[in-house]
Design a protein around this ligand. Sequence first.
Ligand code: FE2
Ligand code: FE2
Length: 312
Amino acid sequence: MTALSQTALLVELEPVVEKNLDRHLSMAKEWFPHEYVPWSEGRTFDGPLGGEAWSASDSTIPEVARTALIVNLLTEDNLPSYHHQIATLFGPDGAWGTWVGRWTAEEGRHGTAIRDYLTVTRAVDPVALERARMVHMTAGYSNSHDDSMLRSLAYVSFQELATRISHRNTGRVTGDPACEALLARVAADENLHMVFYRNLLAAALELDPSQTMRAIAEVLADFQMPGVGIEGFARKSVTIALAGIYDLRQHRDEVVVPVLRQWDVFNVSGLDADGEAARDEIAAHLDTLETHAARFEEKRDARAARLAAARA
Ligand SMILES: [Fe+2]
Ligand SMILES: [Fe+2]
């Protein structure tokens, strides 16, 4: 069987998009970002209105939570780039077009809500945040999957779940129940997005198992979070991993493995030689991730022990 073209995939998957769009709309609960922001805690800032400048002591949330919130928000801020990517791939028509619009509208409230919360509670330096946003959005975002429907669908299946976990765990480390509730709400959106894309890719696995298996293998081989272009991302992501907000163990066990299990990749039949090879690569990748995750956990434990000993 020859691989289906991009256009054939769009056409063949359209009924699946329609069904899952209906499912999404029936599951998604309406919610309002303004209800999650403690407005009465807000104070006017310096500048044209002559209020008080931001100071690090304005908020008691831990430094690592501030770092994670900034990474999560800047990631959400790059929505125009993500919209461009999926609008180009999926097109404006029919159920595909409706999904692109609806998804964009839902993602749009994430950045709005998190920025409002951070500004009102003075949790992060608003000047540094705005400068980082300018740099990050000016650079924009793209990945190596822009030209492939299947790789893009595989990427977002993992990425939406990764984002869900990152938001949820960030909320937990803030120690602020209001922030936790907001990020739990955002995480619930990300989960529904993940389910939508995961169901679509499951249908693709039936339509064209070998090409889809190859796409999954390629996406996993070089998976990077969408915030990768943020200034100082490497350092920030180590901080985030050390705090257990998003680390390799979670990436493997809470993102990659559950999604692969839902697709039942190790029992997919009808693969050609390259499809089989791709599946072997996925299995090998899981082993590599296991090794790296275990090594990271060991290092983190040793570091925690050293820090504890130094305090004693
Ligand atoms: Fe989002
Ligand atoms: Fe999302």
